[in-house]
Design a protein around this ligand. Structure first.
Ligand code: PGA
Ligand code: ZN
Length: 416
């Protein structure tokens, strides 16, 4: 039974405020959780409440903290913390908006996750076991974003994320070691060619390349020089974050096009698809996320017809972890995988529903961080709980990213 719920304003990895909630049960067990925050957010995401005004450049979350203290805490007191669905539904009903803009998705999610952690602690279970039961057993393949572009770095490439996937290894610790070896090798190569090796929001390097393909060439070189075979030990994943390109074109009055600002080129959706296909022909690409914009449903279908049989096509901004949009995507055959971000939808229950729908339809679910993160490691447990098989949580650099990898190392030790 919930005795009390506390909330406070803390900082995320970008130095912006975020909400932390602490749920205390009558038995004395506690659960603490904090909320991540995106930079290239989808238009259909649940809304994080920000104070505006002068504190923290308008980014303060005292309003969301107040919502937890004055509305959510009194409402949930006395409820059984293991009744996650009822608790989440109570918050959804109390908020009473489609995008959680009344109480704030940041207020609701902090409590939702802290409730689950408190319940797990109350039962003396690790979170992945509490959420996934005995079936939770698969450690994910990390998608490590080692070159950061787009909105996550000011260099900046058109494509937002260039990721390496250590696919040719049996255990998580071997995947992490191999990925980290490539990361360090990449740094050495970049330094040798006088590129900057400062890192972006997700811990990857942010060199001032002229063309996006250069990033791919450097990845291949780093994989080889680290002693691995591209295609066998490692494959590549991209997050194009094409909604950003679509919006950039729109701002220039070119509706329905994609703007590659670095090269000053506009592409039609058909040219985008041809370009992505060409990249897949030239490089060992396993996965492409948001290859097209969140509004461009019609061309997603065309992209899926062109590449879906050989490449994982992931909807992030397209689906925003929302079952209504995922259902539409499945009906239209628009992709074959869904990026899962807890704060896009705002409760744990709805997140688990989104994962279930995705998997039941034979699509893949990838558990993901945001570009703004905290030391909270819930997504590591979630990835194992649902046997997602893949997790996106940045480069092996910056403690906000590494915390998730370290949590997975500990889980692996417990499970195996
Ligand atoms: P965001 O980006 O967290 O800044 O939204 C991550 C992504 O697009 O996958
Ligand atoms: Zn994305």
């Amino acid at each position: 039974k919930i005795r009390d719920i506390l909330a406070r304003e803390i900082l995320d990895s970008r130095g912006n405020p975020t909400v932390e909630a602490e749920v205390i049960l009558k038995c004395g067990a506690r659960g603490v959780a904090s909320v991540p925050s995106g930079a290239s957010t989808g238009a259909f995401e649940a809304v994080e409440l920000r104070d505006g005004e002068s504190r923290y450049m308008g980014m303060g979350v005292r309003g969301a903290v107040k919502a937890v203290r004055q509305i959510i805490a009194p409402g949930l007191k006395g409820m059984d913390a293991s009744r996650q669905r009822e608790i989440d539904q109570w918050m959804i009903a109390e908020d009473a908006t489609a995008n959680k803009s009344h109480l704030g998705a940041n207020a609701i999610l902090a409590v939702s996750l802290a409730v689950a952690k408190a319940a797990a602690n109350g039962m003396k279970l690790p979170l992945y076991r509490y959420l996934g039961g005995c079936g939770a057993r698969e450690l994910p393949i990390p998608m490590m974003n080692v070159i950061n572009g787009g909105r996550h770095a000011d260099s900046s490439m058109n494509i937002q994320e260039f990721m390496i996937m250590p696919v040719g290894f049996m255990s998580f610790h071997e995947r992490l070691e191999a990925g980290t070896r490539v990361f360090h090798t990449l740094k050495r190569i970049l330094m040798a060619e006088h590129y900057t090796t400062s890192v972006g929001d997700e811990g990857g390097f942010a060199p001032a390349f002229e063309r996006d393909e250069q990033a791919l060439d450097f990845l291949i070189r780093a994989i080889e020089e680290a002693g691995y075979q591209p295609g066998r030990h490692f494959r590549i994943a991209l997050d194009v974050a094409a909604t950003e390109m679509y919006d950039a074109a729109l701002r220039e009055g070119k509706d329905g096009m994609y703007y590659f600002w670095k090269s000053g080129i506009y592409k039609t959706p058909e040219e985008m698809i041809a370009y992505l296909k060409e990249l897949c022909d030239r490089y060992p690409i396993y996965s492409i996320e948001d290859g097209l914009a969140e509004e461009d449903w019609m061309h997603w279908e065309q992209l899926n017809r062109t590449l879906g049989s050989r490449v994982q096509l992931v909807g992030d901004d397209l689906f925003v972890t929302n079952t209504e949009r995922i259902r539409k995507g499945i009906r239209q055959n628009a992709a074959n995988a869904v990026l899962i971000k807890v704060n896009q939808i705002g409760t744990l229950t709805e997140t688990l529903d989104a994962i279930r729908m995705t998997k039941e339809n034979g699509w893949r679910a990838i558990i993901s961080h945001r570009s703004g993160e905290t030391e909270d490691t819930t997504i590591a447990d979630l990835a194992v709980a649902v046997n997602a098989g893949q997790i996106k949580t940045g480069a092996p650099s910056r403690t906000d990213r590494v915390a998730k990898y370290n949590r997975l190392l500990r889980i692996e030790e417990e499970i195996w």
